[in-house]
Design a protein. Structure first.
Length: 309
């Protein structure tokens, strides 16, 4: 049903409400979609010289959309091909909502194609590098013992359970001692079970035995130096510092530990479908990237070891 009285901004607010409460997208994704759509509407208003109403959004031409994407690829902070594709995807999702919920179709925009982004493969660390990252916090004399235990526990959790940073930091005091399997809510509200290795449980127990703050069951499990919840930025900065001491490349990030979890499982014989479930990927095609990583590792091993290579 059409709502011609709505402004473009009101249509945007309705779309974000739909994404938050019906699609249950994460706050970070909502923020990104909102930013993309607001830039798009601002471009249309400037390009057309007047505020846009809901019916106006059905008359956007392919040329106008291409001009907007071209603008995003230029200027002080130009977007790369991958980001342009993400912008186009968000704008298409917005227009699909306008078609379904507001009766304002824009089928002409299907003619717009995004740039071809070079497919990027996950960049895992080796087993020895992962072990080094997990052990190194204890060798830092400038860090309190409980903080070193915390950093080791977080990194062991990311690698041992294949978690995203946000998933690891979402654990509460009620989750520890860790059970045999953690119930993790990931992207899009998708829930999965993550088996817990004894080494992961032991590292979290060691942190709990040393951390100095009284925690209620609902408090975040991992705490910062002053007692507040540990932030993702701290974990990223910690790994940046550790990889500098270990001589690891910039690709050795907290998220690389999740990639390593998958790649090392695949190398040990785990099947793709099981890895998909463990990672919480909605699509098997996402998980299949790890087969290319593992194949590359095997070819490197072959090239370095075969006498005729």
């Amino acid at each position: 049903m059409a709502h011609p009285q709505l402004t473009a901004d009101e249509a945007l607010a309705a779309w974000l409400e739909h994404l938050a409460h019906e699609r249950r997208l994460s706050p970070r994704t909502l923020e990104a979609y909102g930013h993309i759509a607001r830039r798009y509407l601002a471009f249309l208003q400037a390009h057309r010289g007047e505020a846009q109403g809901l019916p106006d959004l059905g008359t956007v031409t392919p040329a106008e959309l291409r001009a907007h994407l071209a603008e995003r690829r230029s200027g002080d902070k130009p977007l790369n091909a991958r980001s342009i594709s993400q912008n186009l995807s968000a704008i298409r999702t917005f227009h699909a909502f306008l078609d379904r919920r507001c009766g304002v179709p824009a089928p002409q925009l299907a003619l717009v194609r995004g740039p071809r982004a070079k497919a990027s493969l996950p960049r895992p660390v080796t087993e020895d590098q992962a072990r080094g990252l997990m052990q190194e916090p204890g060798a830092d004399p400038d860090v309190e013992p409980w903080e070193a235990a915390r950093d080791r526990a977080v990194l062991t959790l990311l690698y041992g359970c294949g978690l995203r940073i946000s998933e690891g930091l979402s654990l509460t005091r009620a989750d520890a001692p860790l059970p045999d399997a953690l119930r993790i809510t990931g992207k899009g509200g998708k829930t999965r079970l993550a088996p817990v290795l004894p080494a992961v449980r032991q590292s979290v127990d060691a942190y709990l035995a040393l951390q100095p703050f009284p925690l209620t069951p609902g408090d975040a499990l991992f705490r910062a130096r002053r007692g507040g919840p540990l932030s993702p930025r701290h974990v990223q900065a910690t790994v940046q510092r550790l990889r500098g001491r270990l001589g690891l490349p910039a690709s050795a990030t907290p998220h690389a530990l999740r990639h390593s979890f998958a790649t090392h499982l695949l190398g040990a014989g785990a099947d793709l479908r099981s890895i998909q479930e463990l990672l919480g990927h909605a699509s098997l095609s996402t998980t299949q990237k790890y087969t290319a990583v593992d194949a590359a590792r095997l070819l490197d091993a072959y090239a370095s070891a075969h006498p005729r290579a």
